[in-house]
Design a protein. Structure first.
Length: 386
């Protein structure tokens, strides 16, 4: 697979139409406005690189949210076009349908949400071909969707010369680094089901795996412990039972519990074996924070995916923030990934070694899973179209 800075720009970019797939899936607040423009800024190196090579036209495509094949105003890309225009201080022409004809005299164009068509997520080849026909070169710079088999990242490569962008290159460079030992991974989040393959893949590669988030209660239930109303995936109890005795897998010793999931009732900290009926575990306790700091003290590299508590409620983001503070203070090399992880650690993410733009793709890559979009580019890279 070739990256955009490795191909002949005179041949493939200059005076040519370039179709750039990015990840502008920005968070939208209750007013329908962009809450965080980080994902737009992450695409700027590739956008500026292409523009510096004097293309005939730059056509940018992305999805936003999960509209399910319907045109939903909240997920319209026009506000993203305006944000991009402001950030770049360049005119960005918005086209209100991703399959609509594009005026030839517009230099930078952003098309409407790809997922307004169900064909995008269905990996429809005809839809992909229509996208490909708009340009002469395809560039995938949306690392966060590289684990998807969608039309704009998979089938499109069959109809147009393709290459990967600078953000994808940066992500893969970091994730392929030979990390200095000891390596400790922190895995949080609500569901064991989404992290199971990752845990299995890395448990014998890294020195320790520290668990947090609501997934821990599936392990406790597998150990025949009372977990109250805490989240439990009963269908994964056997998986938890088989993994729980691995000495590298570290479970919390105490948890912060509440009478309700919103933190409005009484709150207290208890050993994990003393959770009362009806109570809900929402964060890790102080003893566990201290224990995890000891495990992390000698680590040279820390990989972190998933918040350790119900971070949306500030009082239950305590363990995530305290451990992040410890890692920064002790100058650990920390790589974080996942949308919720970035939100929970917003205060510290710029102080870490690297914050990945990928959530599912970050997990998939570390889990050793096939990345359909990258494989498609590898099989159909630019030279094959000569």
């Amino acid at each position: 697979m070739k990256f955009i800075d490795e191909i002949d720009s005179e041949k493939y970019i200059k005076n040519k139409r370039v179709l750039l797939r990015v990840d502008f899936n920005v968070p939208i607040d209750y007013r329908g406005l962009i809450a965080d423009d980080s994902r737009i800024k992450e695409a700027l190196p590739t956008i500026n690189y292409i523009l510096g090579k004097k293309p005939g036209q730059l056509i940018i495509i992305s999805h936003l949210g999960r509209p399910g094949g319907e045109k939903i105003q909240k997920y319209g890309m026009e506000k993203v076009a305006k944000a991009l225009e402001k950030i770049m201080n360049k005119s960005v022409y918005f086209v209100d349908d991703c399959l609509k004809e594009i005026p030839e005299d517009k230099n930078i164009v952003l098309l409407e949400n790809l997922r307004f068509y169900k064909e995008e997520e269905n990996n429809n080849k005809d839809f992909a071909k229509k996208l490909a026909e708009k340009a002469d070169l395809y560039v995938n710079d949306g690392f966060a969707v590289c684990h998807r088999k969608h039309a704009s990242v998979h089938s499109v490569t069959k109809f147009i010369p393709g290459t990967a962008g600078l953000l994808v290159k940066k992500e893969l460079t970091v994730l392929n680094e030979k990390w200095e030992n000891p390596v400790v991974m922190i895995i949080g989040g609500s569901k064991l089901s989404t992290k199971l393959r990752l845990i299995r893949n890395i448990i014998n590669k890294y020195d320790n795996v520290l668990l947090g988030g609501a997934m821990i209660f599936t392990f406790y239930r597998a150990m025949n412990m009372e977990i109250g109303k805490s989240l439990c995936e009963n269908e994964y109890l056997m998986d938890a039972k088989l993994m729980k005795n691995n000495p590298k897998l570290i479970l919390p010793g105490d948890v912060v519990i509440c009478e309700d999931s919103e933190g409005k009732g009484n709150i207290k900290t208890v050993p994990v074996e003393n959770i009362p009926e009806g109570w809900i575990g929402l964060d890790l306790g102080e003893k566990t924070i201290k224990d995890y700091r000891k495990k992390l003290k000698n680590a040279q590299t820390v990989i972190w995916n998933g918040p350790l508590g119900k971070f949306e409620i500030e009082k239950f983001n305590n363990s995530s923030l305290k451990i992040a503070e410890f890692l920064v203070k002790n100058k650990k090399k920390v790589i974080i990934g996942g949308g919720d992880t970035l939100k929970a650690l917003e205060k510290y993410k710029n102080k870490f070694y690297y914050a990945s733009t990928g959530g599912g793709s970050f997990l998939s890559y570390l889990s050793g899973e096939e990345m359909p979009a990258l494989k498609a580019l590898d099989e159909n890279e630019v030279e094959f179209f000569l």
